[in-house]
Design a protein around this ligand. Structure first.
Ligand SMILES: Cc1cc2nc3c(=O)[nH]c(=O)nc-3n(C[C@H](O)[C@H](O)[C@H](O)COP(=O)(O)OP(=O)(O)OC[C@H]3O[C@@H](n4cnc5c(N)ncnc54)[C@H](O)[C@@H]3O)c2cc1C
Length: 469
């Protein structure tokens, strides 16, 4: 899939920037070898054609990031902010000849503030490491993308990452109290702090989270914590049709249930996960729901009883519960690895559509119909409790028709999601992969407002050009 490539940075401008950086910013690691640059060309959206970065910079302080942005402005060099590079929209993929700034060396948890239930962290900390650091203090950081062991907090903020517990705890944005951000010209600003309530001026925090490195580079974040919830209780329900599973999701929402996790796996995904992990899942089922509760006391059993009733009412069969917390952990880990399980079977092109939760059954039906009409193998799993599904198109490695078919199927699925009042991306972002769909979904008026904001904050257009807008 080819994207509209942003202008190539003038090699002489980059050379001048690098020369100045070596002189003025001796602490910044600079990589210019072709192999190093090549390894930063792609994120996990491997089917996108991305540019080869001209150089990679690895700063370790906010001052160094600010210095790099001042130089980028002075020399008019495009910059790609990058975390761990696990994104699924091409947001951190290379731009030909540009400077990629990788934040992974800024990897310290700076302070766990129990009195204010928050943590101050640098962006390069891996999500799982942050969770573990606060868990050691009896606290809980909620955002939980399936990639939590490999993605960075900066990337989570850049994409407003979702994951497996948004039904109850929301996306990353809901856990952000404040940011330190380096703007395009190198100015450093703070957008909030430790206040739970703070309505002074426009909410720049909300604007910057999810802006995919196009408006500023996040160098520190103050994130909301919660007291650690009890270990989770887990229920699995198997269904004869995808639609019945979708009905059960709608039924649970209507019944007012707010489980911590409500995930759906279709038969292809169940088969792939079972093939890899041998968990004893019912591979004859067309779909499986995984429901988790972390309610205290008898609340969890009550919540799962009500979830079981909703599943049974929609034709769920073989409804089982995890024997203990360890079995629940295995099941959750297997779900997290669903994409990797499918990747063992071919080249996978993952999508990320969303609809209002009551319309999940219709979206599932549309995905099935569209993939079948094009004769493409499609495995769907996702965060059904949020109305956010990942249809995965699977091709033989090297299939010459893969690109054309991906385009055709994906466009029809996007159209179907929009017709249902949904979105072309629930959590992975527009990035460079879905850019042409932004005006179709949001409308030209809204996109014009976004362009004005971009022009105000990044008048030279050097921050991640060609992404989102
Ligand atoms: C197996 C697998 C499972 C996944 N599961 C989920 C899931 O459940 N939910 C989900 O939401 N995503 C998921 N993802 C996608 C991905 O992990 C997330 O988007 C994650 O937030 C990206 O983090 P990263 O550190 O890899 O960021 P990168 O890919 O490096 O960057 C992502 C975006 O953020 C920007 N960015 C990075 N750092 C900064 C910064 N410091 N300041 C400003 N902008 C920045 C980049 O420019 C880019 O646009 C999954 C990916 C994989 C491979």
């Amino acid at each position: 899939m080819t994207i509209t490539t942003p202008p190539i940075t003038d090699p002489a401008a980059l050379a001048s920037l690098l020369e100045a950086a070596r002189r003025e910013l001796p602490g910044v690691r600079l990589l210019t070898d072709e192999a190093d640059r090549e390894s930063h060309r792609l994120d996990e959206t491997a089917y996108l054609a991305a540019g080869l970065p001209g150089a990679i910079a690895l700063p370790s302080t906010t001052d160094e990031v600010a210095g790099l942005m001042r130089l980028a402005s002075r020399h008019r060099v495009a910059v790609v902010p990058r975390g761990a590079g696990t994104g699924l929209s091409g947001g951190a993929a290379g731009i030909e000849g540009a400077l990629t700034i990788v934040l992974t060396r800024m990897d310290r948890v700076l302070e766990i503030d129990r009195a204010n239930l928050c943590v101050v962290t640098q962006p390069g900390v891996i999500n799982a490491a942050l969770k573990a650091a606060v868990a050691a203090e009896g606290l809980f950081y909620a955002p939980d993308p399936a990639s939590y062991e490999i993605c960075s907090i900066g990337g989570n903020l850049g994409t407003n990452a979702g994951g497996l517990c948004c039904v109850k705890y929301g996306q990353t944005r809901e856990s952000v109290l404040g940011l330190e951000v380096v703007m395009a010209d190198g100015t450093v600003i703070r957008t909030g702090g430790r206040n739970v309530k703070d309505v002074a001026g426009y909410s720049l925090t909300h604007l910057l989270v999810g802006s995919q490195g196009t408006l500023g580079i996040i160098t520190e974040a103050t994130l909301r914590l919660r007291p650690a919830p009890p270990p989770r209780s887990t229920l699995l329900a198997f269904f004869d049709t995808l639609e019945a599973a979708g009905d059960a999701v709608a039924g649970m929402t209507e019944a007012g249930l707010v489980p911590v996790t409500l995930e759906l796996l279709d038969q292809q995904t169940i088969l792939a996960v079972e093939d890899w992990h041998g968990l004893g899942l019912d591979v004859s089922a067309a779909a499986m729901l995984m429901v988790e509760s972390d309610a205290p006391g008898t609340g969890a059993a009550d919540e799962l009883d009500r979830a079981e009733a909703a599943c049974a009412a929609s034709g769920g069969r073989s409804i089982v519960r995890a024997a203990d917390a360890q079995e629940a952990d295995w099941l959750r880990q297997a779900r997290r690895l669903a994409l990797r399980a499918l990747e063992r079977q071919g080249t996978v092109r993952m999508e990320d559509v969303g609809v209002p939760r009551s319309r999940v059954p219709e979206l599932l039906r549309a995905i099935e119909r569209i993939a079948a009409a094009h004769g493409v193998r499609c495995a769907t799993f996702g965060h059904a409790g949020d109305g956010n599904l990942h249809p995965n198109l699977i091709f033989e490695h090297g299939d010459p028709n893969a690109e054309a078919l991906t385009h055709a199927v994906r466009d029809e699925i996007f159209r179907a999601a929009l017709d249902l009042g949904g979105t072309v991306t629930g959590e992975h972002g527009i990035g460079s992969a879905r850019r042409e769909w932004l005006p179709i979904q949001r409308g030209e008026g809204a996109v014009a407002v976004m362009r004005s904001i971009k022009a105000a904050l990044d008048p030279l257009g050097i921050l991640n050009p060609g992404r989102v807008l």
